[in-house]
Design a protein around this ligand. Sequence first.
Ligand code: GRF
Length: 210
Amino acid sequence: MTETIKPVRLAVLLSGSGSTLQNLLDRIGAGRLSAQVVAVISSRAGVRGVARAEAAGIPAQVIARKAYASSEEHSRAVLAALAPYQPDLIVLAGYMSLFVFGPEWTGKVMNIHPALIPAFCGQGFYGHHVHEAVLASGVKVTGATVHFVDGQYDHGPIILQETLPVTDDDTPDTLAERVQALERELYPRAIQLFAEGRLRIEGRRVRTLS
Ligand code: GRF
């Protein structure tokens, strides 16, 4: 029952096409996610994600990673730009920069990764590189992971994970398509659990309260 839950104020960080943002906006529009996207920040100029935000009437800013000497300085600028919007949760959605923050944001920043963490993840594992590595390794299952962010690439406590089979005739393209379909279900589910106050971090583990 999404209507009885107070909408969570989401800030979305992206660097590319914004298909993840679009999926969240579509879910919210359909009344299937108790959330409101209050701000979008892109670490790259000229990307489709910014155009999608603007088309939806959401304040969007480019804070280019390359304008800053370090991830720390860049992240500080991002957080300062978000402060007026008072987000409850920061969602990384195809964000290609390291996002680092202080303890006040622990448990309030999520990411989605197109593989089963702790495999096929970390710096350099993005987009098709992930699916190429999955195929080259010969594993028989892959999937998607939603996790809390802890200042390292693809590393924090895992919230949700789902698998799908790797078939003999899969290519990076076919895998990407099926993993993305999985992601479109998994990310809204994780955000809805957050909105309902049902996620508890216990060390490396995340407990889902019923
Ligand atoms: C997603 O597949 C996600 O796993 C990764 O970035 C991809 C989406 O990029 N983190 P975008 O939302 O289309 O820009």
